[in-house]
Design a protein around this ligand. Structure first.
Ligand code: GLN
Length: 386
């Protein structure tokens, strides 16, 4: 199963993120591995959480989430994408996007079914597909643009494909999928009668391209569950508030599973995120612009350090090829990098099955959701690698 890919050692104990963060802390390295911002999100959202706690919003929330937040999610889908989920029946609040992904897979998968993802894929996908007892089938994304070959995508579908687990914008590659790729996914999902679960946690973190939710394409809405998270949009990864929207019958199935995973999600944080989702368009444009500048600073530093840099159009991750530095094994480099120069990163092969790991063996992922001064310091340290 994918579960044995959880760490560099194939050790089920800790994820790659935990492992590299621990290494970064123990070696005093700058942590560009695990993707979390080093600055908190908007003060008005923090103040709203504090006010909710003070007002006594400290007991279980309804299983499907508090009304205010479900309504705010529906309004957000309307404001940005023209989608109109019913907040009563077509939205559910989850404990991070992680729970939304888990509940969606557990709701629809029977042992023996196939789940299709692109590869590399976010680590929890492989693990959850394994826990659900399904087969994990992948279609490769390859450098430099990390877009799928549409005929390879078609070959990856079969009569057993139950779920297409899409991630757009894509972690770890930073790809943002254009309309033609999404149209192909919808066409094939319809042909094989598969459900599309679309993880769009980086929906607002795009640079010069517009994010297209797959649910907005013709023929997609009735079979698509869309997932997002307050961790990415509002820089509160520790609050673990996520959400999912889609057609009533699919959302009802996810809600049933969610009851038995966590029952409900953090009450005061839900009201605070409702405040966040209502922030004006300028906030959303601002986070993308701030991150674009950070992306450019780190890209330049990585290029100057001698890496081949694949500039991402979305997310807060940059992938590089280490080959120009004469380094062929990014897993080995990731283990040594904190000691060598004081920077931690994540090797891309850990997001792959063995064949994909071979294909991506010299790729390394750096997170740029950090203060400018930290990125500049990391760039200086990396320059000493040559
Ligand atoms: N999504 C973050 C990343 O890709 C990490 C989240 C986690 O540690 N599970 O780096």
């Amino acid at each position: 199963t994918g579960a044995n890919l959880l760490s560099l050692d194939g050790n089920l104990g800790v994820t790659i993120f935990e492992e590299m963060t621990t290494l970064a802390i123990s070696s005093g390295a700058i942590n560009l591995g695990q993707g979390f911002p080093d600055e908190d999100g908007p003060v008005e959202i923090k103040a709203a959480a504090q006010a909710a706690i003070a007002a006594g919003a400290n007991q279980y929330a309804p299983g499907k989430g508090i009304t205010e937040l479900r309504e705010a999610v529906a309004e957000h889908q309307l404001r940005f994408y023209g989608l109109t989920p019913d907040p009563q029946t077509e939205v559910v609040i989850t404990t991070g996007a992680t729970e939304a992904i888990a509940a969606s897979l557990l709701a629809f998968i029977q042992p023996g079914d196939e789940v299709l993802t692109f590869e590399p894929f976010y680590d929890s996908y492989g693990a959850l597909i394994g826990l659900a007892g399904a087969q994990h089938v992948t279609a490769p994304l390859t450098a430099p643009d990390f877009l799928p070959d549409l005929s390879r995508l078609e070959e990856a579908f079969s009569n057993r494909t139950k779920v297409v687990l899409l991630n757009n914008p894509h972690n770890p590659t930073g790809a943002v999928f254009p309309q033609e790729v999404l149209e192909k996914v919808v066409e094939l999902a319809r042909k094989y009668d598969a459900i599309i679960v679309s993880d769009e946690v980086y929906e607002h973190l795009t640079f010069g391209v517009t994010h297209i939710p797959v649910a907005s394409l013709p023929g997609a809405a009735e079979r698509t569950l869309t997932i997002s998270s307050a961790g990415k949009t509002f820089s509160f990864t520790g609050w673990k508030i996520g959400w999912l929207s889609g057609p009533q019958d699919l959302v009802a199935a996810v809600r049933t599973v969610k009851q038995f995973l966590t029952y409900s999600s953090g009450t005061p944080f839900q009201s605070a995120i409702a405040v966040g989702l209502a922030l004006p368009d300028t906030f959303y444009a601002g986070i993308a612009e701030t991150l674009r500048r950070k992306r450019d600073i780190l890209s330049e530093g990585l290029r100057a350090a001698g890496f081949n840099v694949f500039t991402p159009r979305g997310t807060y991750f940059i992938n590089v090829d280490t080959e120009p530095l004469g380094i062929k094994d990014s897993v080995d480099l990731a283990r040594r990098l904190p000691g060598l120069v004081g920077v931690a990163a994540i090797p891309v092969p850990v997001f792959c099955h063995p064949e994909g790991a071979q294909r991506t063996r010299s790729l390394l992922r750096f997170a740029f959701c950090k203060k400018t001064s930290v990125l500049e310091e990391a760039a200086e340290r990396l320059a000493t690698l040559k």
